[in-house]
Design a protein around this ligand. Structure first.
Ligand code: PDD
Length: 311
């Protein structure tokens, strides 16, 4: 079946889809993007993703390329054409095409590209094993809250992680605090048993998975601390995990080769992953979905199963 991409008003075979060589995204990384997960045929948290897209565009003074309702229609048509059931929708908006000049062009029409990708869920083996992360200095700019397509530091960090046999690189700010991964948000379960993730600021991308998981944890009656934590605290944490639209919730078992907790995926991390999968399945419930993962945040026993000290 041919795979389609959407480029500025047209659905084109993916292999032939292209943009102009003077697109400002190509020349200046002058644009933004979104990755929306698709689970059981449904877009997950489409509203918050589009809110973030609009915010990123506003911050860079780029107009929405089409109305939000039109964006939704295009997404659905592309998913239908590509028979997308599980994977992701990628949206990119740039300031448009103009002769190369740093300042904003007097007139440019924002360019819109959308693609989809079918992916397989993480293997049971990976989930049972957990993943490793390495620490790298955070060399990014001071507006990491904007989901800009300018991703060179992130690319370099991920490559360094890959070469070290790790899944992700946790970026460390000048004061020794973890900001976030190269394409994921960073979490720990502290020595006191509290779930901790960095507060939303210009220093991190406010992940949509992060927001939904925060809500789910609070709904379950647990306390979460949104605050910065150091690399040292992370290395002595009970558990660590990461979140993103493509990884969902993934347990971390080592940071820079230092085992986290007992070196196995944390019990709470596993429960939060199951809870998040249920949440995604519920969103697609009108399509007859349901994982039956049966996550029960409160039902765990054993070390680290609950969040001790939580309200
Ligand atoms: N990355 N932090 C960074 C720097 C990211 O690039 C991402 C997302 C996240 C997690 O955000 P969300 O939960 O909304 O996916 C955090 C996407 C998946 C990517 O670049 O492919």
């Amino acid at each position: 079946m041919p795979r389609y991409a959407y480029v500025n008003g047209r659905y084109l075979p993916h292999a032939q889809a292209a943009v102009h060589i003077e697109d400002r995204g190509y020349q200046f990384a002058d644009g933004v993007y979104e990755v929306v997960p698709v689970f059981k045929g449904a877009l997950v948290d489409e509203g918050p993703h589009l809110d973030r897209l609009e915010r990123s565009l506003r911050e860079l003074r780029i107009d929405m390329p089409v109305a939000r309702a039109t964006l939704k229609l295009i997404s659905r048509e592309l998913m239908r054409r590509n028979d997308l059931t599980q994977g992701m929708l990628y949206l990119q908006v740039t300031r448009g095409v103009a002769p190369r000049d740093h300042k904003f062009p007097a007139q440019a029409t924002p360019a819109l590209v959308m693609t989809t990708r079918q992916t397989k869920p993480h293997s049971e083996a990976l989930l049972n094993q957990g993943v490793k992360v390495i620490a790298v200095p955070d060399i990014r700019w001071e507006r990491c809250d904007i989901k800009s397509i300018s991703l060179l530091p992130n690319v370099l960090a991920k490559q360094q992680a890959t070469e070290a046999g790790a899944y992700e690189a946790w970026q460390i700010d000048g004061e020794g605090y973890v900001t976030e991964g190269s394409s994921t948000n960073a979490w720990i379960v502290s020595a006191e048993g509290k779930v901790v993730t960095r507060d939303a600021s210009h220093a991190i991308l406010s992940g949509i998975t992060r927001l939904s998981l925060l809500k789910l944890i609070r709904e379950a009656g647990f306390e979460v601390e949104e605050r910065a934590f150091t690399l040292e605290e992370a290395k002595t944490a009970r558990e660590a995990f990461l979140t993103s639209s493509s990884s969902f919730v993934l347990p971390i078992v080592a940071i820079d080769e230092t085992p986290v907790g007992n070196g196995h995926p944390g019990i709470l991390s596993g429960k939060l992953r199951a809870r998040y999968l249920d949440y995604m399945a519920d969103l697609g419930a009108d399509l007859g979905a349901g994982t039956g993962a049966g996550a029960d945040l409160e039902g765990g026993t054993g070390a680290g199963a609950g969040i001790e000290g939580a309200a």
